[in-house]
Design a protein around this ligand. Structure first.
Ligand SMILES: [Zn+2]
Length: 251
């Protein structure tokens, strides 16, 4: 008797164990691979983003579409997918011939993956071009990390501007300056170069006037060029706030 009952008990336990062992396998086995195959060394989005979304993935998107805020506007890099982000994504999509619905999904991310390098800079600009002052982005009027982050946004704006002008190279002759670098070149005491979000451009094949006029459409709050004191030999673009002047270009 004792052995038969023990045998039944063992069978019941074994059955229960088998059931509870099989169940989780059956549930987890069909789970699809959710990650995009286009991931790279910089950043990979894990979900479709649209109006109302918020988070670091939205912030990363905003950095990359910061050059598409519309004329005279600037896109807040705040991690909130509002109407301005939706409009910027729509302009980005239109610029690259994608379905322009303002929703950042696979096609939009695929284009961004194609444009970004493993250090998160856009394909045609490098951190080294935005800093010929020092190696570590220190000594400005914001933290080193802050200055470098500002330079990243500036590069994505330049990438948008470059694409809008036919993808001809834009030549950058400097960006971030520490206080001592700024003093050495006689920069204004509160220059945006001290914050890392300014860039000085050579004439390139576009010419100064085309560059300085185009800058208004790509998220720059400052655009200075020919006719503005000290800017006959370069175009200055920066985050800044509505300082546009290039009298010789009609601006
Ligand atoms: Zn400048």
């Amino acid at each position: 008797m004792r052995s038969r009952l023990a045998g039944v008990a063992v069978a019941l336990v074994a059955g229960a164990a088998a059931t509870s062992f099989v169940a989780p396998v059956a549930v987890s086995a069909p789970a699809p691979a959710a990650q995009s195959s286009a991931a790279d060394g910089c950043y990979t989005w894990g979900r479709t983003l649209s109006r109302g979304a918020s988070g670091d993935d939205v912030r990363n998107l905003q950095i990359r579409v910061a050059g598409y805020p519309g004329r005279g506007a600037r896109l807040a890099i705040d991690g909130q997918y509002g109407p301005a982000t939706e409009a910027a994504v729509t302009r980005f999509q239109r610029a690259y011939g994608l379905a322009a619905d303002g929703i950042a999904g696979e096609a939009t991310f695929a284009k961004l993956y194609a444009l970004q390098e493993s250090d998160c800079s856009p394909a045609n600009f490098d951190f080294s071009e935005l800093n010929n002052c020092n190696a570590d982005w220190s000594g400005g009027k914001t933290s080193a990390a802050g200055a470098k982050a500002n330079a990243l946004v500036t590069m994505w704006k330049l990438q948008a501007m470059r694409h809008a002008m036919g993808d001809a190279p834009i030549v950058v002759n400097g960006g971030f300056r520490s206080v001592s670098c700024n003093d050495a070149v006689g920069g204004a005491p509160n220059s945006r170069h001290l914050y890392g979000d300014a860039a000085d451009l050579a004439a390139g094949s576009q010419g100064f006037c085309a560059l300085v006029l185009q800058a208004r459409d790509h998220g720059f709050g400052e655009a200075l060029g020919p006719g503005y004191p000290g800017h006959d030999d370069h175009v200055h673009v920066a985050g800044g706030g509505d300082v546009w002047s290039a009298p010789d270009c009609g601006m």
